[in-house]
Design a protein around this ligand. Structure first.
Ligand code: AMP
Ligand code: ZN
Length: 113
């Protein structure tokens, strides 16, 4: 996926500061933050969308664990935060490399859209 911006970030071809990294995924700040904390959790393996994750793949569980650790580290675990994955165009997906948004640091509206 040589033209994928998130693959380039993961490979270090585009400079970025990783807030979290393990063998399965990285996390970095969203370039256009929608909240004081807006972090993207990005699998190292390129899946275009959530639809492309095979049954039995543990990546979403791995992302969940990384989000839990990050929420604790940032003091958001008890306060609260939001986790969102946009899927395809009507779902609001713009970057077609699976990623999970973590939003926090302000009171988030309770509506979904
Ligand atoms: P989505 O609409 O779910 O595909 O979200 C894509 C997100 O990636 C948007 O919130 C963008 O602001 C963010 N984004 C795009 N390019 C970069 C980049 N180079 N570094 C960090 N975040 C980015
Ligand atoms: Zn990619």
């Amino acid at each position: 996926m040589s033209d994928c911006i998130f693959c380039k970030i993961i490979k270090g071809e585009i400079p970025s500061t990783f807030i979290y990294e393990d063998d399965k995924l990285v996390a970095f700040k969203d370039i256009h933050p929608a909240a004081p904390t807006h972090i993207l959790f990005v699998p190292k393996k390129h899946y275009a969308t959530l639809n492309d994750v095979p049954a039995g793949d543990t990546i979403i569980s791995d992302v969940t664990t990384a989000i839990q650790k990050t929420a604790k580290k940032l003091g958001l675990a008890d306060k609260g935060y939001r986790v969102v994955t946009n899927v395809n165009r009507e779902g609001g997906q713009v970057v077609f490399h699976l990623h999970v948004h973590m939003l926090g640091g302000r009171a988030l509206e309770d509506k979904m859209g």
